[in-house]
Design a protein around this ligand. Structure first.
Ligand SMILES: Nc1nc2c(ncn2[C@@H]2O[C@H](COP(=O)(O)OP(=O)(O)OP(=O)(O)O)[C@@H](O)[C@H]2O)c(=O)[nH]1
Ligand SMILES: [Mg+2]
Length: 211
């Protein structure tokens, strides 16, 4: 049985950028147009096997609607990784990446990764131009990936490579910091590492905030 490393991840970004679709398309292995806007936040876990370790990523999919913004710090504060999701087909939303980075940086120093979604709506030339524009984030050390929930290969690559790399990096740093008790950070769980079981784990925690 493989040891399990757990990590907490928060999905954030404006309304309609595809946060919920991202989780659903990845877990259910098919894209559906029938998502409804998220109220508060939804929870699920994602399991990824890599070499001899089983990674369990606890994901909070937060609402993009402004009226829920005041609850967001509840989720960000203890997160290992925050994924900022944005919409490549919407210029106004793309321009809000800086807003989101600053917003999260005010709450936490966790790792950030940016998912630029919906590239299926762009022409090849538009993808190239956008990719070049986003280099400034890469130069600042923030991983930024162009992807689409409608393109399974890009979705898989986002979770199994880009996100996993950030999780692994975060883990290796925290493991180095707590050298005298590695098991605290590794959070080894030998009893529960069945991926299929987790497909049934979709839970909904809705917090209708009194903001
Ligand atoms: N073309 C295209 N449409 C997408 C993609 N991802 C999501 N969508 C569509 O975008 C709309 C919004 O998706 P959601 O996943 O509900 O967006 P959200 O970010 O969770 O929105 P909130 O919960 O309101 O914050 C839906 O109609 C999805 O089908 C994508 O990669 N490509
Ligand atoms: Mg949603």
């Amino acid at each position: 049985m493989k040891p399990t490393l757990t990590s907490k991840c928060v999905l954030c970004g404006d309304m309609g950028v595809g946060k919920t679709s991202m989780i659903q398309s990845y877990k259910l292995k098919h894209f559906s147009d029938s998502t409804t806007t998220t109220i508060g936040a939804e929870f699920c876990s994602i399991d990824i096997d890599f070499t001899n370790i089983h990674y369990r990523i606890h994901v909070w999919d937060t609402a993009g609607q402004e009226r829920f913004r005041c609850m967001m710090p509840l989720y960000y504060r203890s997160a290992d990784v925050v994924i900022i999701v944005t919409d490549s087909s919407n210029f106004n939303i793309i321009n809000r990446i800086d807003y989101w980075i600053e917003y999260i940086r005010n709450e936490t120093d966790c790792s950030i990764i940016i998912a630029v979604n919906k590239i299926d709506l762009l022409l090849e030339s538009e993808i190239t131009t956008l990719n070049d524009k986003l280099d400034s984030y890469r130069l600042n050390g923030i991983p930024i990936e162009l992807m689409s929930n409608k393109i399974p290969t890009s979705l898989n690559q986002f979770f199994k490579q880009s996100l996993l790399n950030v999780v692994k990096l975060k883990r290796s740093i925290s493991t180095q910091l707590i050298t005298d008790n590695e098991s605290m950070t590794m959070n080894v769980d030998l009893n529960d590492n069945n991926i299929d079981q987790n497909d049934r784990q979709w839970g909904l925690l809705s917090f209708i905030g009194q903001c």
